[in-house]
Ligand binder design. Structure first.
Ligand code: HEM
Length: 294
């Protein structure tokens, strides 16, 4: 049975001749040139991805947004830097109690650009923690956690916890004196938590004392578990940002409609009071009522 021909995009109408069609052969190169086909067209014809990209990127944003609105993207950039530098570090790092320290020394002293990549990852972790708190502060003080963005706030809280988990588990990996003792302190602090605290600290220690099994566990959480969860949650976070749009700064007020909209008139008629949001339907404020905010 012959499969039906795939649909030809409208921009290729009339369809160019393909090799073997019509009056003699047309080379594939000519056909591509005739149709003005670019790599993007080629991919789009087979995937229809451009619709999704347009849906994601071509958005109206409210008036008055400014630099504070870049903090989420800055956090995302910091995460991408961490993920990229982490991949290169993992090529040279050995998560073993006897070799972890020397593998970090090897990265710093012998691997080309190793010290730079290690430094970017180490300092980048602090940068990401600072940025995520600043971004959370911006969304909190601008009231962006309110309806309909509550779910995005909750996803953000989970992202915050996961980011702190990354910072905590990563700190042990050099396995030097500082990271060893700091991790003992951190695990003990976790143990003081109500109900789940002791279970959590037992789980993190992975044995009676901090040692080789703890390092393996921290490495697996740091490398596999948490980054996977962060990537999935950032995807959900971004989807909701695109779908719901961004909030206007609190000091930017909605504009008053210049003429009463038909729906407003209908509402006013239904209420029987001839007023909408403290205004008469013709837009004039009613004495003593309403402050002009919609
Ligand atoms: C890995 C961590 C995170 C990344 C990569 C991230 C990324 C972003 C980006 C790019 C935006 C849109 C631009 C902007 O408003 O800045 C955004 C918006 C938002 N984020 Fe995050 N975010 C993260 C963590 C958080 C946290 C910890 C919270 C709060 C607990 C949060 C709550 C929100 C909310 C409520 C919005 C909507 C803002 C609005 O509509 O004005 N995010 N996020």
């Amino acid at each position: 049975m012959r499969l039906p021909a795939p649909p030809v995009p409208r921009k290729l109408n009339p369809a160019p001749k393909r090799p073997g069609q019509g009056n003699g052969p047309v080379s594939a190169r000519d056909a591509a040139g005739e149709a003005g086909t670019t790599v993007m067209d080629w991919v789009d014809e087979r995937t229809s991805l451009s619709g999704g990209v347009r849906w994601m990127l071509f958005r109206k944003v409210p008036k008055g947004i400014y630099w504070f609105y870049t903090l989420g993207s800055a956090t995302l950039f910091a995460f991408i830097v961490q993920a990229t530098t982490g991949v290169f570090l993992a090529m040279f790092y050995t998560p073993s109690a006897t070799q972890a320290y020397s593998s970090i020394a090897h990265i710093n002293n012998e691997v080309p650009l190793g010290q730079l990549v290690h430094g970017m990852h180490k300092w980048g972790s602090s940068v990401m923690v600072i940025l995520i708190f600043l971004h959370m502060g911006r969304t909190f003080f601008f009231g962006a956690y309110k309806y309909p963005r509550e779910l995005n706030w909750v996803i953000g809280v989970v992202l915050l916890i996961l980011t702190m988990t990354m910072a905590f588990t990563g700190y042990l990996l050099p396995f030097d004196q500082r990271s060893f003792w700091a991790s003992i302190v951190g695990i003990n602090i976790n143990g003081t938590g109500p109900v789940v605290g002791p279970y959590l600290s037992d789980f993190l220690r992975a044995g009676p004392e901090l040692g080789a099994t703890t390092l393996a566990r921290f490495y697996s959480i740091h490398m596999l578990l948490v980054p996977g969860a962060i990537i999935a949650l950032i995807g959900a976070h971004m989807y909701l940002v695109v779908k719901l749009g961004t909030t206007a700064p609190p000091w930017v007020r909605a504009e008053k409609p210049k003429v009463a909209a038909p729906v407003a008139q209908l509402d006013a008629g239904a209420n029987g009071n001839g007023r909408v949001n403290g205004h008469r339907v013709d837009g004039a404020p009613v004495d003593g009522e309403g402050n002009g905010a919609l």
